[in-house]
Design a protein around this ligand. Structure first.
Ligand code: MFK
Length: 191
């Protein structure tokens, strides 16, 4: 792990938000057009995450023929996306808006098409705006062999990060969503 991913002295353990979803509760998609979890992405990962105890989540996604790099094997970038998406969903348990600053990935075993990848992620420490987290993806079941793992640094941002940088068309559509929960979660804003 690089120095940038090692929590500094003074970092604190993460605090689960009192209104975080109960352990076992599905998190649902935060945005219909998210490549990681959205239902409106035909070739997306359709990753499904749920809350766990503490500041942790578990998730699954099944590698399809649309996710290949080498013949019959998952593309490494797709696997990194699955890790990133799982890690990103931790923000909903902290109720902070955060984006990936750094993602360091180990590809341990090839992952064939048709494999269900079982992911787990947890926040390990928080220091100011910096959120340190780690994730693992296993095959064959939640206790199966590790295929991929990642350490990450997420940086807390204001909602302006998306308003200022996103394309107006999609921003306006997300903000016009009559479902207040989904509208908040499109940007992971505390509702
Ligand atoms: C929330 C919505 C839904 C999310 C869920 C699903 C998606 C999954 C997550 C994603 O994929 S998010 C999309 C991919 N990420 C991005 O597009 C982020 C692009 N980068 C940025 O916008 C900025 O670089 C960033 C907001 C991350 C930081 O810029 P800032 O100007 O706000 O902060 P600054 O550069 O001052 O850095 C703050 C601290 O973080 C540190 N830092 C920032 N980027 C770093 C980095 N890459 N590596 C190591 N440290 C980093 C930086 O050194 C500093 O440390 P100190 O406070 O100790 O001085």
């Amino acid at each position: 792990m690089t120095t940038a991913l090692t929590p500094p002295a003074g970092a604190r353990p993460p605090v689960r938000h009192p209104d975080a979803p109960a352990p076992g509760e599905p998190l649902g998609s935060h945005y219909e057009h998210c490549f990681g979890c959205g239902g409106g992405q035909p070739h997306g990962l359709h990753l499904e995450a749920r809350a766990e105890e503490g500041v942790a989540v578990t998730a699954e996604f099944t590698v399809t023929a649309d996710h290949q790099g080498a013949p019959g094997l998952a593309h490494g970038g797709v696997l990194a996306t699955a890790l990133d998406e799982t890690l990103g969903s931790l923000g909903w348990l902290l109720r902070v808006i955060a984006v990936t600053g750094r993602l360091e990935t180990d590809f341990v075993r090839p992952v064939p098409v048709g494999t269900a990848l079982h992911l787990s992620a947890e926040v390990t420490a928080v220091h100011g705006r910096k959120i340190y987290a780690t994730a693992t993806g296993r095959t064959g079941g939640p206790d199966g062999p590790v295929a991929v793992r990642a350490d990450a640094l997420f940086i807390e941002v204001k909602v302006d990060h998306f308003i200022d940088n996103g394309r107006p068309k999609e921003i306006q559509a997300a903000m016009a969503d009559p479902d207040t929960q989904r509208r908040a979660r499109a940007f992971e804003v505390n509702p």
